[in-house]
Write a protein that binds this ligand. Structure first.
Ligand SMILES: NC(=O)C1=CN([C@@H]2O[C@H](COP(=O)(O)OP(=O)(O)OC[C@H]3O[C@@H](n4cnc5c(N)ncnc54)[C@H](O)[C@@H]3O)[C@@H](O)[C@H]2O)C=CC1
Ligand SMILES: O=C(O)CCC(=O)C(=O)O
Length: 527
């Protein structure tokens, strides 16, 4: 039974699949303080939030069992992603479900801003019939500047086109084809800022976008420009916006989001030129149901070990690539464990070479599996897919992934090489049609080993009688040899023996084997 904690209000319809799942127990505890969350989080396998709950490093540190944090929405700035990645917790969001609602809210704000609807409404309700004070501007023929033309920005652009606005957009990832398809003019940030009659931002809040629209940007704008932020507080510098409105440079602003939410003593909120909503972009019945359904489906997949797609702290991988690489996960992890077992010294450089049909696909997930295998040997079971590259980086291990066109007897071949300060070890593995994973080379010795069961790897000198002596020692300790392979480089030189045995050998038995004069090293592999 998996335990799921929900700490922000989510749509009842949306969380139904979780509530109805036989293997899931759901607790809804809204409005917890950080201390309360820290106290109860160790009991849960999954945490579901919107934007109110702050999933801090301290919360994540206390989350002993947590496998997944689900964000019912887009922005994950309320979650400490680095802390989650370090701990190997997947963070998933629901990026598509609230796009339309947020674009529609942005457009509602745009029209309300152009026509002073909230101010006029409040005045009339207060008993004032004043038609002169609320003369607005038309949208048709005006230029809408969009910064960030992703999902929401694109939907805003489509609506602006329908209102006969000219749309000019800046997004570093915007291609000419997409811009043309949307009927949008592509420009650099300064041009967008300088040409906009209305300027709207739709980027995430990152180091690069924090105060992207600040004093310098306001100076470059047209007089009488109107500003919108329905993305994240902090993309627009609130102090600079306040000054620009007071100076008459900016005619008005529509804000759904704030640097501090709820805003406390924020002078912008009191300005008559500013209209505000309390972070309502995604607050529609439809969006809340969509995002809750999407994120619950992802959480169920992750808890049940099924493929998932919207991880924020993992690169996204298309389904057709996933299908190709998934069968190799087990082989890769075992290859990692095998070489890590045999290496003397701490790994400094890890090189993975893919050849055959794997050269044509994205193998980054396979490299993650290998890293998981290597690092879990040293660091234990807390290493997983998500944190393995991060843990390698933290330990200054250089990881190189390369593709080779060299032909081999196998349709696919994965070779792992690990270098420490003392030595370099390598092994190659393949997936044999109908036979599953096989280790086919270890340090240059050709072998054929199924990576499973109890395996003892012995490096020795090729001398008469050594095989018999190994067999005798194991026999004396009641250890039955299931298979044995011996491979040598030169007659009388270095050789390798790989035994699969029916039960693990104790450290004493391994020591006794190691004391034989012909034996250079003995390693028992634990998969
Ligand atoms: N007010 C609300 O209730 C809601 C707010 N949001 C927020 O809206 C924002 C946009 O969401 P989506 O469109 O779904 O995200 P998205 O990821 O589809 O689009 C973001 C776009 O910003 C662009 N971008 C990133 N850095 C940039 C930079 N320095 N300059 C210009 N463009 C840059 C990216 O290339 C991307 O195309 C996010 O901050 C999200 O958290 C989303 C949903 C609801
Ligand atoms: O949960 C909400 O209502 C906020 C939505 C939001 O800001 C987002 O999805 O980024």
């Amino acid at each position: 039974m998996y335990r799921v904690l929900i700490t922000d209000p989510l749509s009842d319809q949306g969380i139904k699949p979780l509530i109805e799942a036989d293997d899931i127990e759901v607790d809804q505890r809204l409005g917890l303080t950080e201390a309360e969350l820290i106290r109860i989080i160790p009991e849960y396998d999954a945490l579901l939030v919107r934007s109110q709950t702050k999933v801090t490093a301290a919360v994540i540190e206390a989350a002993d069992k947590l496998k997944v944090i689900g964000r019912a929405g887009v922005g994950v700035d309320n979650i400490d992603l680095l802390a989650a990645t370090r701990k190997g917790i997947v963070v998933v969001n629901a990026p598509d479900g609230n796009t339309i609602s947020t674009a529609e809210h942005t457009f509602a704000m745009l029209m309300a801003l152009a026509r002073h609807i909230p101010q006029a409404c409040a005045a009339l309700k207060a008993g004032t019939w004043d038609r002169k004070a609320y003369v607005g501007v038309e949208l048709a023929g005006k230029t809408l500047g969009i910064v960030g033309l992703g999902r929401i920005g694109s939907e805003v652009a489509k609506r602006a086109k329908a209102f006969h606005m000219r749309v000019v957009a800046y997004d570093p990832y915007l291609t000419e084809e997409r811009a043309a398809k949307l009927g949008v003019e592509m420009a650099d940030l300064d041009t967008v800022i300088a040409q906009a009659d209305f300027l709207t931002v739709h980027t995430p809040l990152t180091k690069e976008t924090r105060h992207l629209i600040g004093r310098e940007a306001f100076r470059k704008m047209k007089d009488g420009v109107r500003i919108l932020n329905c993305a994240r507080g902090g993309i627009i510098d609130e102090a600079a916006l306040y000054e620009a409105i007071q100076a008459g440079k900016v005619a008005g602003a529509a804000l759904d989001v704030f640097e501090e939410e709820p805003p406390k003593n924020n002078p912008l909120v009191d300005l008559p030129q500013v209209i505000v909503t309390p972070h309502l972009g995604a607050s529609t019945v439809e969006a809340q149901e969509n995002v809750a359904l999407d994120v619950c489906a992802e959480v169920l997949h992750i808890l049940r070990g099924e493929p998932f797609k919207n991880a924020v702290n993992l690169p996204s991988i298309p389904e057709h690539v996933m299908k190709k690489v998934e069968p190799y996960y087990g082989l890769c992890e075992k290859l990692g464990r095998l070489v890590a077992h045999t290496l003397v010294g701490a790994p400094r450089a890890i090189t993975v070479t893919y050849s055959g049909e794997l050269t044509e696909t994205d193998t980054s997930f396979l490299t993650r599996s290998i890293l998981k295998g290597v690092l879990s040997y040293h660091l234990g079971p807390s290493v997983n897919f998500i944190n393995a590259p991060h843990l390698a980086k933290e330990r200054a291990i250089r990881v190189t992934e390369q593709k080779s066109n060299e032909t081999s007897a196998f349709t696919n071949l994965i070779t792992l090489e690990i270098a420490s300060a003392q030595e370099t070890r390598r092994a190659s593995g393949t997936l044999l049609n109908g036979f599953g994973p096989r280790i086919v080379k270890i340090d240059g010795y050709a072998v054929d080993v199924a990576p499973e069961g109890h395996l003892i790897l012995i490096r020795h000198f090729d001398r008469p009688g050594v095989i018999g002596r190994v067999g005798t020692i194991l026999g004396q300790h009641g250890i039955n040899i299931a298979t044995m392979q011996v491979s040598r480089r030169d007659v009388g030189g270095h050789a390798m023996m790989i035994l699969t045995v029916d039960k693990p050998a104790s450290p004493d038995v391994l020591d006794t084997l190691g004391e034989l004069a012909e034996i250079r090293s003995v390693t028992e592999i634990e998969w």
